[in-house]
Design a protein around this ligand. Structure first.
Ligand SMILES: [Zn+2]
Length: 50
């Protein structure tokens, strides 16, 4: 028997990136806007479980 280490789960929604860049059109310009992942609150790691 070996104890399992509580490994942090990588967020599946953002693949651990913590969010994603979304293109937003503004005044005819395309601006990249960083959108924080709501599933992990921008941490890239899913919370809960333990
Ligand atoms: Zn995420």
């Amino acid at each position: 028997m070996s104890e399992q280490q509580p490994t942090p789960r990588t967020c599946t929604s953002c693949s651990g990136a913590g969010g994603k860049a979304v293109d937003t059109s503004r005044d005819g310009k395309t601006v990249q806007h960083w959108q924080r992942c709501g599933n992990c609150s921008g941490t890239g790691v899913q919370s809960g479980g333990i």
